[in-house]
Design a protein around this ligand. Sequence first.
Ligand code: GLU
Length: 512
Amino acid sequence: MNRPVRVRFAPSPTGPLHIGGVRTALYNYLYARKHKGTFILRLEDTDQTRFVPGAEAYIKESLSWLGIEIDEGPDQSGPHAPYRQSERKPMYRQYAEQLIEKGLAYYAFDTSEELEEMRKRLEASNMQPAYDAVSRMSMKNSLTLSADEVKERLDRGDNYVIRIKLPRKEEVRFHDIIRGWVVVSTNQMDDKVLLKGDGMPTYHLANVVDDYIMGISHVIRGEEWLPSAPLHVMLYRFLGWEEAMPEFAHLPLLLKPEGNGKLSKRDGDRLGFPVFPLKWTDPKTGELSSGYREAGYFPEAVVNMLALLGWHPSDNREHFSLEELIEAFTLERVSKSGAKFDVQKAFWFNQQYLQRKPLSEVYESVKDIIDEKGYDVCQEYVEGVIAMMREKVQFAKDTILQGTYFFEEPTQYDETVIQKKWTSETNAIINRLADVFGGISETASADEYESAYKSFCENEGIKPGSLLQPLRVVVSGEGVGAPIWEMIAHIGRDYITERMRKATTKISFSIA
Ligand code: GLU
């Protein structure tokens, strides 16, 4: 069947979007774009007890930061608006009632105490404590109560739920693009609640009804939903929608760096990497969680890294822009087994983007730091610093934070170098070198400084190697850093000669 590709990302706004959820959104988006389809954002907010203020805005901001564009959703609208399930509430009841009419669902009036009692009873006799084909006949529902009593209870407004009535011993088979055939017996399933007395559907009913109505062609979601899929297949069957059932693709879990268990927020805290795209403050507890954006990651690097956590291209290529991912992505190349999160790899991806990005773009991402620090420098100067520093660091901000000597004169000087390299002559030599540097052109290049230095050393009768580190220290304060001649030329003649002279008044040579 060749149907238009329509996929949805269907988060529940119960908190910040986990990075695994972001990957689900990304794969849906890539699939939609690759097949010239539609990417839908649908908010599954029927469980009002788990609603968290701010979560929806957070989800949208995260997707937008990563460049994942929504075609239909609460803000974009579309042919199937509204896209928040709570706003679609009146729609769902009819489907649950249809199932009751067909004898495929029933009203259940059991109180929570009665349900608890059933669970205990079944557990005591070593049976699965489930509301199912066996146990339902001893419970209070429209299968066991008389029609009159059911009507009476409904008229009276008793609490009830509508449960699906699953047959016994039926095989549910469906094909998953990633996992192949999945076969489950209804004996292992229970009569899940579809609709609550207040008319609110559960996840299962709302999810299936909306996927059907919205013409979803592929359900691409996390592996944690695989156990729900057989029930969803049964719902399609019961509602007579089997022909239009979407194809399923259950994505592998994102695992802890050690490889066992699902990646959790605690792993992030423990190992020092964010598990959320953006920072998040829990509205109840005030607890703050870090985000990739605030940690200084480029969105392109996060997208690239996430794409490769669970999917791999046909070759060994690792660097992919969003456009290139759209081109290369296939669900068939998503792996079945969980993908281990690797923080070093996350750094590596960011570094790759830092090195490849146009300098003007990197400049944009450090501009705030320059302003905050109050550095009075032009864009060209900062770009020069970035060009020198970006080989050595993983984050754009570190080109500035680890290169402060490009903007401020040193306040201290590397002690180890002083201990090792200073002699009673060094300060005087540095002052003479400052005289030489002071005499060359204001716009001298790195090469010009280098040759001026070389002839100076020759005249002085010293080995060029012996003065390099002292020179670096008096100019930058540090023993290592940007390539020395480029650094000196960039900081500029007047600044460096002043720094050299000043340093000699501060560094006192003493024989230990
Ligand atoms: N609301 C579910 C979630 O929070 C959606 C699962 C699905 O995509 O069917 O992930």
